[in-house]
Design a protein. Structure first.
Length: 101
């Protein structure tokens, strides 16, 4: 879903004539998911996820998308999906907060 959103926003920005000189970065906290995206060969055990990762894989050579690893401890989105301590929540919440000048 994140890849679809990235593509949609890139097309919207192009339509609005904003230049896009940077590649979008998609962060994964699962190294096995990164291997599935980057590995061109699938095995019989992973054939059920082929379609899921095919679209992501197609965007990488086009230069539209880059895949990076982020450790679970540094993944800000974990406050939405995993139990965290109050201190960890406050630290990650501060990273999500938009600071206007």
């Amino acid at each position: 879903m994140a890849t679809k959103e990235i593509i949609w926003y890139q097309r919207l920005l192009t339509y609005l004539r904003f230049s896009q000189d940077k590649t979008a970065i998609l962060y994964f906290d699962s190294q096995s998911a990164i291997r599935l995206v980057l590995n061109l060969e699938f095995h019989s055990q992973t054939k059920h996820v082929d379609r899921k990762y095919h679209m992501i894989r197609k965007q990488i050579p086009n230069g539209l998308l880059q895949i990076n690893y982020i450790s679970t401890n540094n993944n800000v989105a974990n406050i939405f999906t995993k139990p965290v301590t109050l201190e960890n929540f406050k630290k990650k919440h501060a990273l999500l907060t938009i600071h206007l000048r």
